[in-house]
Design a protein around this ligand. Structure first.
Ligand code: PBG
Length: 312
């Protein structure tokens, strides 16, 4: 690939949601492009696009039921030519994307772990603790660790959730370390080892999408993509695809490179935390089929009630 030294046109329009975290990730992407190509400040313009996920704040996402809550409007802006590429938390990008849209690049992954905010450990929480989260994975993992916990709905952006905690609406909450770090809140909470709480597929990864036929922008984005992150996140997404899972399913998956192969761990957990089906294996880089099989095999070993969660 020829190294592009000039933008295909200026300014390039980067589409993003308007939350503080989304904007921080957009600025990271601009910085990566500018550093790689020596562009000046005006080369990339940030275009904020509001998504349905941002608009609807008072209900659990699973309840809204709509798909593509974080991406639909950005997909549309790509299709209409309003933006040249879109920056997303990969965790919020649906498993199956429209054929016209391609995940073109990922920035180097940040800390993949979760942080517990409000207590020094799960054991240190009071009896029958209230834990705020809207993630089915975190809810199930919390109940596995603390069967006496009551999980309450915590939605909104990172600052909103921290404010709810501050107001005493829960004893603790869980947030992605990556998000806290990117918001300059690296000192908030205690980091939970992945052996205790396996993260969500794609956690800590920022992805950039463009139209599948936009070769100039695809090439440009490839120039800042981190191949290790890309292959690991794609493996985790393939597990999700094999499970037929979404962000509303209690699924955790984490891939790491080890001697040129992908070490993949995944688990599904019943909402009450009583049943966990997990697996770990090594697969080749880019072997999405093997990762999908791993997802399907988890389902084969699950009880009928756990399996039913994935058949909706
Ligand atoms: N679902 C919201 C969301 N999407 C991405 C992140 C954090 C950043 C990341 O995981 O890359 C968060 C907040 C959180 O889970 O604490």
């Amino acid at each position: 690939m020829q190294k592009p030294s000039r933008p295909p046109h200026t300014p390039l329009r980067l589409g993003t949601r308007g939350s503080p975290l989304a904007l921080a990730q957009a600025h990271m992407t601009v910085a990566a492009l500018r550093a790689r190509h020596g562009w000046d400040e005006g080369a990339v313009e940030i275009v904020v696009v509001q998504t349905s996920g941002d608009r609807i704040q008072d209900r659990a996402l699973a309840e809204i039921g709509g798909k593509a809550l974080w991406t639909k409007e950005l997909d549309r802006a790509l299709a209409s030519g309003e933006i040249d590429f879109a920056v997303h938390s990969m965790k919020d990008v649906e498993t199956i994307r429209p054929a016209e849209i391609r995940i073109a690049a990922m920035l180097p992954r940040a800390d993949v772990r979760d942080r517990l905010v409000g207590a020094d450990s799960f054991a240190a929480l009071p009896e029958r603790p209230l834990v705020g989260t809207s993630s089915p994975r975190r809810a199930a993992q919390v109940r596995r660790l603390r069967p006496d916990a009551e999980v309450i709905l915590f939605r909104g952006n990172v600052a909103t959730r921290l404010a709810k905690l501050e107001r005493g609406e829960a004893h603790a909450t869980l947030l992605a370390a990556a998000g806290l770090d990117r918001l300059g809140q690296g000192d908030v909470g205690v980091t939970i080892p992945v052996e205790v709480m396996l993260p969500a597929p794609s956690q800590g990864a920022v992805g950039i999408e463009t139209l599948s036929d936009n070769e100039a922008v695809l090439d440009l984005l490839a120039s800042i993509s981190d191949a290790d992150t890309f292959d690991c996140v794609m493996a985790e997404r393939a597990v999700l695809a094999g499970l037929g899972g979404t962000c509303h399913s209690p699924i955790a998956a984490l891939a790491r490179l080890e001697d040129g192969r992908v070490h993949l761990r995944a688990e599904i957990i019943s909402p009450d935390g009583q049943e966990t089906v997990s697996d770990a294996l090594r697969i080749g880089r880019g072997d999405a089929a093997a990762a999908e099989r791993m997802g399907r095999a988890l389902l084969d070993r699950a009880s009928p009630t756990l399996r039913a969660l994935f058949e909706a």
